[in-house]
Design a protein around this ligand. Sequence first.
Ligand code: B12
Length: 444
Amino acid sequence: MGRAGLSMPPLGLLAIAAYLRREIPGVEVKVADCPGSRLTPEAFAREVLAFAPDVAGVSVYTGTFSASAAAAAAVRKAAPKCFIAAGGHHATARPEQCLAGGFDAAVIGEGERTFCELVRRLAAGVPPAGLAGLLLEAGGAVTRPDLLEMDSLPLPARDLLDMTAYRPALFGYRRLPVMSMVTSRGCPFSCSFCSKEVFGSAYRAQSPRRVLEEMRVLAQTCGAREISFQDDTFTADRGRVMELCRLLGESGLDLTWSCMTRVDLVDAELLGAMARSGCVSVAFGVDGAGDAACGAMNKGFTVARARAAVAAARAAGIATRGYYIFGYPGETRASLEAALRGITAIDTDHVFFAFAHPFFGTPLYREAREKGLLAVSDEELLDAHDNTVPLVKVPGMTERELAGFCRRAYLEYYLRPGPLLRLLASPGGLSGAFRAARSLLRWY
Ligand code: B12
């Protein structure tokens, strides 16, 4: 992903694969992860030819639409009779575009039940028309309002991919191997840049026992020594996390873990319990490095809150990462400089910078469009997956200047005694620093 160089298994596809195997005994399922397994288009085509699927599903993100459409075309060529469905975030935000892009249908929202029902119908020769959650022709989708109960989900079918092929985020882990998990769906917050059509605003989470069960399986059967929770907001339900920490303490499992959350959803007591149960790193989506930016992004907290959260995590012995977004509408040369000062004051151990990405359907997209700030066309957004490339204009600054600012921000941030020492002391610190420096240099 971008220049962070990490890769993670596609838990969405693996969730659907596990669901299919449980619900349709005898079904044969294969998962190909082209970016994660570095599968060339030719190798992918050979796999499709050998497997000869009757039904195929492709995950479609906005910035990778073109690649997904190319995968669909490759399936069409290798298995002309195969029914090809699109699913995931872009398929939900822009289903009609998927039909125009060569897919037979688009699955809207949570994929397990709709895709499973689709496979069942196609196997029985029943036309899928009218299936809830499926769009077969423009304007024809029937919504699927009921959502799955999280504890009822089978464990993702990780056996279908080589889990050793994935690389965790630079500086984002303490011990290897790291395995990722997602234990909740939906987010009650309304950050104005976030693309959240798939799971919406209703938060649903697995019970602490169910989370522990998956952690145990990953430790005991897959050799995981660390778990990376990829939930949008892992501590959204404080009681759930406290209970998980208690269960982990009793479990005797030798596992460390990390998660992502908001700065206003942690406190000293919670962070202390997390640290004692093995939490080694928390990534905070601070996003706005000043109060004005936080307001523009509808974050609902101030920079003072971010500083307090980071200090509390540090006091608990937990490493911190800060995610920040540059180039939001309203950004100026001066506000970028102020942002850098704000980020330095928040003082996470590691930082990750990205330029604002206007996903279709978000308030950010609407605002950037209305104000004439989109730096690329809608068409180009379908191929925009490098978050070091600015997509929203900052008046008075060229794209090159913006990219230069981002590179300088990394250098200025880390080339201070505190962050530099913490960086070198982190696992893989020296080699990580080389990797980071190399990718910064390659930027130009
Ligand atoms: C972990 C994660 C990653 C990981 C792993 C990605 C992967 N291969 O799955 C990494 C770091 C690699 C990553 C990379 C990217 N990510 Co990401 N990522 C996430 C995150 C935090 C969790 C994803 C997850 O595992 N969820 C749990 C599973 C169970 O849910 P799911 O994947 O959505 O799958 C369900 C449905 O979407 C649907 N579904 C998904 N695929 C399919 C396919 C079919 C056929 C069907 C029927 C259904 C279906 O059914 C699934 C089960 O219900 C989400 C945020 C979020 N809350 O979803 C962002 C998110 C998905 N990522 C996003 C983006 C943009 C990207 C990148 C394009 C970023 C970039 N600049 O490069 C890349 C593209 C990666 C790629 N080519 O695969 C956006 C997508 C927005 C959009 N409109 O497209 C999200 C929503 C973040 C956000 N809010 O902006 N990402």
